[in-house]
Design a binder for this molecule. Sequence first.
Ligand code: C2E
Ligand code: MG
Ligand code: MG
Length: 428
Amino acid sequence: MRLMLTLGSLLLMLIAGGWAVFFMLQGQWLIVALDVAMAATGAAALVLSRRDSLRHAALLLLGGLFVAIGAICVFLDVPSGQVPRATHHFYLSLGACAYLLFRGERPLLRHGVALLFLAAFVVFASCDAAIVTPYALPDEVRVSGTWVNNIFSVLTLYLVLHVMQSDVTARNEMEDELRTALDEQQLVLHYQPQIGADGQVTGAEALVRWEHPQRGMVSPGEFIPLAEQTGLIVPLGAWVMREACAQLVRWSKDPHTASLTLAVNVSAQQFRLPDMVARMRAVLDRHGIDPTRLKIELTESMLVSDVEDTIEKMTALKAMGVGFSLDDFGTGYSSLSYLKRLPLDQLKIDQTFVRDVLTDPNDAAIAQTVVSLGQTLGLSVIAEGVETEGQREFLAGIGCQAYQGYLFSRPLPIDKFEVFVRGRVAGV
Ligand code: C2E
Ligand code: MG
Ligand code: MG
């Protein structure tokens, strides 16, 4: 998706820039202004996609193109008896492109944007609506323009169809491979230390990794969303939970690790299972672990729907002794009234706020607010993504007492994690 947006933005800048020069030479300043605006839109979309704001980049790019093509159809590509209009054909390929770019989004965005483009195509294909101004291009220019537009719009459509097909094939392959990975135990847990105010390791977050036989280590960012879409997250999450409990049993037998807590990410789908509480009770009983050592990380997105069910399950698990941390806090839409009702133990400041906490006053204010909120609600606060000593000092200064991040350690395989813990205990 990022590649598509980058290419699209670059192409837009190039084409708009080229036309700007062309019309500048002809002294058509209104068209030059339109081209410059389009090139600027392309540049802004490029910056956004580089910063990982893919949805905003896609909206900006498609929005800019929608307006530009409309303007060209109305003012420049005015149909005549001899030469029909052709620019609107791009609405077809861009509609398909929008469908592809927003495939993981809500239906309104996924279908709405694509249908808007298709509707614009239908309007321009069905009527000759145009405004006659001195800018209307002469038929001689439009004859060759029609050929160029038709060829390019069909090529773009073909390209989008090709990407769609490859995307589906790649997803199907990955889904099959992920099933195999679960069966053949290609998944492993890595452990990222969580550090207390005194620098001691208080526990870890379990982060799943996929040791792919051909591709090497695959990050969860790639396969967790797919697992969620295909429902594979349920068996995957169950495996993670069993593995985490087995690890807690092993830790409980060693005085160095007996007091560690283990945080496990549980996805919304897994938590929504009607028998979630019974499943958890069965796993805890089977392993015989102390449930207070286990911390479930939930994300704010879980609180958008079915809050009552979430609260009920959390309360039942909490009664068994299991702790709860609210992951990626600040990125979702937590309503404060719900927050008060949830039996939480911890808020986790999202790494996007920690990243710029020293340079962006807004992020610093958010971090400060989360810490105050935690204090008011009687919850502990941990910051994730702490990478520098400066960030840690700032966080300590505002009252955040627990940290997780590359400053201390990346997520480690179990043997390395245990070496890390021993090193810290020995004061190394
Ligand atoms: P998360 O739970 O918010 O985990 C934190 C992510 O930030 C991890 O990425 C971790 O490696 C990374 N991180 C930690 N410290 C730093 C730092 O200092 N700098 C930077 N730049 N990054 C840091 P990871 O391991 O790739 O996991 C990504 C996400 O995948 C997790 O986000 C979590 O939402 C999901 N995930 C991972 N394991 C599981 C799992 O077992 N089950 C479920 N449902 N989701 C999982
Ligand atoms: Mg987490
Ligand atoms: Mg997080």
